[in-house]
Design a protein around this ligand. Structure first.
Ligand code: ADP
Ligand code: MG
Length: 249
């Protein structure tokens, strides 16, 4: 198991945003998280990737305990937390590329800074990932010269360059025009075929149904229902899930 979260809780201003969320992600698994806006999906990803701290709960990533408030252990020391950060990648809705760096430098710098590898090795890796994303010819362009779909593919290449064991996506197509959504879904689909472990928050129901091994429906800070795509989409039992899914029909 690559990720195990137990009963994680998170409050903002005395409002519970995550209420005893537990989930497990196995190696090679693709998990889609769906649910209405404000249900806590981004907060969950942010807690799992150390961008936010949980108030209580236990999280284990690749056999390292990140936090365990139940045993009184709290958060791990900085060295362990850093080690865990290296195991995960996160792709945001808004790409988050450095606008004043070229495409190539965006991918090279991340590797040099985070992994401490030399520039030439980093460059080689960056170019091969650009090739994979079909963007080799845009290596020297700046993000503003690219379409949203191309920028998102660069962001995915940058995340992959750091060799994460788990890749998280937070609504990777939400900022894109509909005609550009497909190219990102195609990239994620090909990563799934390569057995990349991924947790994807998405509003693309057809995609989730097609590519995910497991679907989690979140509402108001709880996991309401989870199961295979056929169980969640084809044979919905829960009324809240049903009414949410009706919006997409
Ligand atoms: P989702 O991604 O499912 O739309 P979020 O995790 O972004 O949901 O938000 C869940 C709830 O937490 C929302 O009510 C949101 O307003 C609140 N929230 C998220 N981040 C913060 C923050 N940094 N400070 C205060 N409230 C927040
Ligand atoms: Mg969100």
């Amino acid at each position: 198991m690559l990720l195990k979260a137990e009963k994680i809780r998170k409050e903002f201003d005395n409002t519970s945003v995550l209420k005893d969320i537990s989930l497990e992600v196995n190696e090679g698994e693709v998990v889609a998280i769906i649910g209405p806006s404000g249900s806590g999906k981004s907060t969950l990803l942010r807690c799992l990737t150390q961008l936010e701290k949980v108030d209580s709960g236990r999280i284990e990533v690749c056999d390292n305990v990140m936090v365990d408030t139940y045993s009184g252990f709290g958060y791990a020391d900085n060295k362990t937390l850093h080690k865990i950060i290296l195991e995960v990648g996160l792709v945001f809705q808004n790409f988050n590329l450095f606008p004043h760096y070229s495409v190539l430098r965006n991918i090279v710098d991340a590797q040099v800074k985070v992994l401490g590898i030399d520039k030439n090795t980093a460059k080689e890796k960056a170019l091969s990932l650009l090739e994979k994303m079909n963007l080799r010819d845009r290596a020297n362009a700046y993000p503003c010269e690219l379409s949203g779909g191309q920028q998102q593919r660069i962001a995915i290449a940058r995340a992959l360059a750091l060799n994460p064991r788990i890749l998280f996506f937070d609504e990777p197509t939400s900022a894109l025009d509909p005609e550009l959504t497909g190219e990102i879904l195609k990239v994620i689909r090909s990563l799934a075929e390569e057995h990349m472990t991924m947790v994807i928050v998405t509003h693309e129901m057809a995609f989730a149904r097609d590519v995910a091994d497991r679907v989690i429906f979140m509402d108001e800070g709880v996991i309401v229902e989870q199961g295979t795509p056929d169980e969640v989409f084809g044979n919905t039992v829960n009324e809240r899930t049903k009414s949410f899914l009706q919006r997409f029909n």
